[in-house]
Design a protein around this ligand. Structure first.
Ligand SMILES: [Zn+2]
Length: 84
């Protein structure tokens, strides 16, 4: 199952899931988790480990629209700082 491909919200390229940042809106409480463990279920979005893609995903709230939840500024800051 290593070759499951996911689309980056920033650049739109398809890449292997394990080569991407995963953001999941946890079903139980709606909290956004960065690179959650396999027991976390919810709506997910994917990003390349790449500054440009992260920044692009914030333009026009793209990432928020994909996840159907507002991405907190704190989390955006974390991602931009490379904390994932
Ligand atoms: Zn990308």
């Amino acid at each position: 199952m290593a070759d499951i491909k996911r689309k980056c919200v920033g650049c739109g390229q398809m890449k292997n899931r394990n080569e991407m940042i995963r953001l999941t809106r946890r079903n139980t409480d709606g909290v956004l988790i960065v690179n959650p463990d396999s027991k976390t279920f919810g709506r997910s979005a994917y990003l390349c480990y790449n500054h440009d893609c992260i920044k692009k995903s914030f333009i026009k709230n793209k990432l928020s629209r994909v996840l159907k939840v507002q991405v907190p500024d704190k989390l955006k800051g974390q991602l931009i700082d490379g904390q994932y």
